[in-house]
Design a protein around this ligand. Structure first.
Ligand SMILES: *[C@@H]1O[C@H](CO)[C@@H](O)[C@H](O)[C@H]1NC(C)=O
Ligand SMILES: CC(=O)N[C@H]1CO[C@H](CO)[C@@H](O)[C@@H]1O
Length: 462
């Protein structure tokens, strides 16, 4: 129809007769080009996998304290402090610790540590390759994120070695980039996939907590000891247009916030020796406030990308009113439910999740996956939001077309978001899901657990 009309118009204009068909073909070519380049710029998540350590590595809270007594040099006061905090931590009795910490006699040498991290990394990648059936020679990019473990050859090298990846594979490691690094890697992969055509990016996030365990008596360092647990995930991204039909999710947005330009943010999680020379990670009283500020900044940056117009207008009006003191009103928290069906926040610690729910416009259902994740697997750092997403999948909640939001935060202080669209309804009975066989036991009721947020400065709302 349109073409006919165009043709008629052009014929009235008395141009030479070949102009009209030429113009039409140009328009068609342009449309086709736009369609194809858009597709080829798309980044798909073929699938991901979470590692579930063997039952021998399960560690109840009491067992944790027992092992810690053997491993650490902490005195009775510190042990009591840890026992008290563990009770309020929101962790369950089945989280996983490094096997060398649970074994008698203890063997915390580097060889054992390497073996430990290999089992997590290779466990997740083996599962992922089995799920996706992708050939390892087609993998062009590898990004490894690990919060603390730093070995030589690097963790990324271990992967290239084990899976015999090709020699021109691009390898990056985001070691020591904190709990948000798993999502930061997605943004990084997205950029790389815009340059390198027709390839796969393998993202691996193994976490081994052993090197983080503090063995002294300073309270600000003992905090680090109890939420962190062993875990790991692997994800396969692709920019091959032909993968559109095969992939589970399509990447819509990534947004990263880095607040290390402020001293209090930068110092909120800080690795250093204590007064007697024992290494550990200091957590300052400001952690909670800093975390919420970084999360808020990230959400503000994400808002314009995803929110419908009506929410944007409400938000801007509210912002201007407060900015110029036109009226004394509360900050407007945009309703993300209008733009996103599922949110999967990083578990962090219980007080952070509580703040997230209370202050950022989310409800109990929104943080359910993360609370259960904290309960079942603990804080597995950079891999944690993948366990939460697996929870949503195992519950059968992910339907075709749904939009999903992973948001993670950690030392730096940094916060990252990744927003996806489900390309199909996800089968809740996948036997490789880490929650399989036990998903019906969840959610467990955790409302009566006290918190320890009084140990932190409250978040100041701007
Ligand atoms: C344990 O160490 C801390 C910090 O040095 C000290 O304040 C506390 O009194 C000690 N407790 C015992 C029982 O020695
Ligand atoms: C291969 C590579 O880039 N390795 C680096 C990984 O990260 C650690 C910690 O930042 C570095 O020390 C390695 O050199």
């Amino acid at each position: 129809m349109i073409l006919d009309e165009l043709h008629e118009q052009f014929s009235q204009l008395k141009y030479p007769s070949f102009i009209a068909p030429l113009l039409c073909s140009a328009v068609i070519c342009l449309l086709a080009y736009t369609f194809i380049t858009r597709r080829s710029r798309s980044v798909f998540l073929i699938d991901f996998a979470c590692y579930k350590p063997p039952p021998t590595q399960m560690c109840s809270k009491e067992k944790f304290i027992e092992r810690f007594k053997i491993y650490g040099n902490s005195n009775e006061t510190s042990i009591e402090f840890m026992r008290k905090l563990l009770g309020k931590s929101g962790l369950g009795e089945k989280t996983y610790m490094p096997s060398n910490l649970l074994r008698d006699p203890l063997d915390m040498c580097l060889k054992e540590t390497r073996r430990e991290v290999e089992s997590v990394m290779f466990g997740a990648v083996d599962l992922l390759l089995e799920k996706t059936q992708v050939k390892t020679e087609d993998i062009g990019i590898v990004i490894v994120t690990c919060t603390i473990l730093n070995v030589l050859p690097s963790l990324a090298d271990m992967i290239v070695h084990r899976y015999k990846l090709r020699e021109n594979v691009l390898v990056y490691n985001l070691t020591s980039m904190g709990c948000s690094s798993g999502l930061r890697a997605i943004g990084f992969a997205q950029k790389l996939l815009q340059v390198h055509r027709n390839t796969y990016a393998l993202l691996v996030s193994p976490e081994n907590t052993q090197q983080m365990i503090y063995r002294g008596n300073e309270r600000s360092k003992l905090f680090m000891n109890f939420p962190l647990r062993v875990g790991g995930a692997a994800a396969l991204l692709s920019n091959r247009p032909s993968d559109h039909g095969k992939a589970k999710y399509q990447l819509l947005h990534t947004v990263h916030t880095h607040t290390a330009n402020s001293d209090r943010s930068y110092q909120s999680i800080y690795e250093e020796e204590d007064s007697v020379g024992i290494g550990g990670v200091t957590i300052t009283k400001e952690l909670l406030a800093v975390a919420i500020e970084a999360v808020e900044a990230n959400i503000h940056a994400l808002g314009p990308l995803v929110l419908p117009l009506s929410e944007k207008i409400r938000y801007i009006t509210n912002y201007i009113t407060r900015r110029y003191n036109l009226a004394d009103i509360k900050p407007y928290v945009p309703n993300f439910k209008k733009a996103i069906e599922h949110v999967f926040p990083h578990v962090g610690t219980k007080p952070v999740l509580d703040e997230f729910e209370k202050n950022l416009g989310f409800n109990e259902a929104d943080v359910e996956a993360s609370r259960m994740n904290l309960y079942r697997f603990g804080n597995t750092c950079s891999s944690s939001t993948w366990y939460a997403l697996s929870y949503g999948e195992a519950k059968g909640r992910i339907k075709k077309g749904d939009r999903l939001w992973q948001i993670a935060f950690g030392s730096g202080f940094k916060c990252s978001s990744a927003v996806w669209r489900a390309l199909r309804t996800v089968d809740p009975h996948d036997k490789r899901n880490p929650w399989k066989d036990e998903i019906n036991e969840f959610p467990v009721d955790l409302r009566n657990i006290e918190t320890y947020s009084e140990l932190f400065e409250p978040a100041k709302r701007k």
